[in-house]
Design a binder for this molecule. Sequence first.
Ligand SMILES: Nc1ncnc2c1ncn2[C@@H]1O[C@H](COP(=O)(O)OP(=O)(O)OP(=O)(O)O)[C@@H](O)[C@H]1O
Ligand SMILES: [Mg+2]
Length: 452
Amino acid sequence: MQRKIAVIDDEERFLDLFKKILTSRIGNIEVATYRKAKDALNDLLRKDFDLIITDLMMPEMDGLELLRKAKEAKPNATIIVLTGYPSIETSVTAMKEGAYDYVEKPINNDALVIKVNKALERAQLLRERENLSQIVQGRRFEIIGTSKAIQTVKQLVEKVAPQPVSVLIEGESGTGKELVARRIHLLSPRRSSSFVAVNCAAIPEGLFESELFGHRRGSFTGAVSERKGLFEEADSGTLFLDEVDSVPKESQGKLLRAIEMGEIRAIGSDKPRFVDTRIIAATKKNLLSLAQSGQFREDLYYRLNVVKIKIPPLRERREDIPQLAYYFLKIYSQKLGKNVTKISDSFMRSLISRRWEGNIRELENLIAMEVALSDSDTLRGSYSETTLPNETEFSGNITYKQAREEFDKSYIRSVLARTGWNISKAAKLAGMKRQSLQYIMKKYGIRRDENI
Ligand SMILES: Nc1ncnc2c1ncn2[C@@H]1O[C@H](COP(=O)(O)OP(=O)(O)OP(=O)(O)O)[C@@H](O)[C@H]1O
Ligand SMILES: [Mg+2]
C-alpha cells in the first residue's frame, strides 16, 4: 500500500531535497510538500497522512502550533519535527507535545531514512491496531438485526468480503447501503488501505472523469493544479461508487475499462496508470431495468454486478425494529451522556408500526432526538407524534395471521430486550408462563444477538 507523507518547510530547497531523498530511498511512498503550515493544516485534517514531517521555525504559523493542532484533531498522528541546531529545548517541547521523533538540521540522510522508516512502521501498526480493536469490539459498522432478510445480507457480506470481486448493493434510502459497503471493506484483506466513498450524483456535470481518474495541470480551464483521481486514492483499497446509476453515459465506457483492466488515464495525460482498486457500487434504483432500457451500459452493469446484495426496506423486516431501537438508544445515551435505558411499550408499538419511508436512518434520527430531549430513564416518544398503526399499514396484502405473527415477534423481542434477555423476568413482564415464552421464541427463531 502506498504510504502518504506530508513535509512542511518554508524553504523550497529543503522540500525538494526531502522529496528526493525520501522517494529515492524508501519504496511505496507519496510525498506532499507544503511551504506554509496553514495550507498543510487544511490537508492534514482532511486527508489521512501516515507521517507528517515539519520544520519548527516558520513564519506565520510555526511547527509547534501545527503539531498541537494536528494532534488535537488526530491524536494518533505520527509526526517528526526538524530542529535547527542549538535547539535541544524546542525538540524537547515538541516531544512533550506528542511529536514521535525529531531530526536535526543539517540533515544526515541515513539518519533521516532510518527515522522515517521507523515512524512509518509505527503508523502502520497503529492503523492496524485501531481497525482490529474496532472489529473485536464489534462496534464499528455493525449490521444489526435478526430477521431472515438481514441475516442473508450479513452472510453474503462475510462470504464476499475476502474476495476481489465487485459488489452491487441495492436498497432504498437509509437502508444501510454504505454501512454494508464499509463492513465489506473492513472484513477484507484491504482493511488497512483506504475506503473512499463518492456520490456519483453529486459530481458536477462534466467533472466525473477528472474526479475519478484525475487530471494534469492545465488540462482544462479550472485545472490549476494536478489532481489525483479517486481510483488512485483508493488504490489497494476500496472505492465506493454511491448512486452509480448517475454516472454520465459518456463516461461509462471509461469506467468499465478502469474496472476491467485497472487502467486509468488522467485527463491531459497520455500515459496510462494501473491501479488495484476494488469497486463496490450502490443504487436506489433497479439498475438491471435501466440497463435493459438502454439508460445504463449493459456491460458495465454486469461488471459491477458480480455479486448483488439487496437490502430490504425496514417495513419488510419489522421484527428488527426493537433491536435496532435499543441499539441506537444505547449509542445515543452514551454519546449524549444520558442514562436512558428503556423504551415504553406504547412507544415501541408505535415504532413497530410506522411507515419508515426513510428506513433505518429515520429510525436512528428519531431515537437520537428522543434521547437528546428525554429527562427520564424511559423513552416515551413524547417528542415525536405517536400514531397507532394506521389502516393503510396493514390493509391489502397482509393476512390477520401474518399481522399477528409480526406483532408477536416484535412484542416478544421488545420484552426480552427490556429485561436484558432474562427469560423468567420477560415472561413475568408479559404476564405469561416461561414455557409459553420459550415456545414462541423457538417458533419464530428469536435469539439474542451476540453483539448486543
Ligand atoms: N442494520 C443496521 N444496523 C445498524 N445500523 C444501521 C443498519 N442499517 C443502517 N444503519 C445505520 O443507519 C444509517 C443510514 O445507513 P446508510 O447511510 O448506510 O444508508 P444508505 O442506504 O447508504 O442511505 P442513502 O441511500 O440515503 O445514502 C447509518 O447511520 C447506518 O449506520
Ligand atoms: Mg448512502
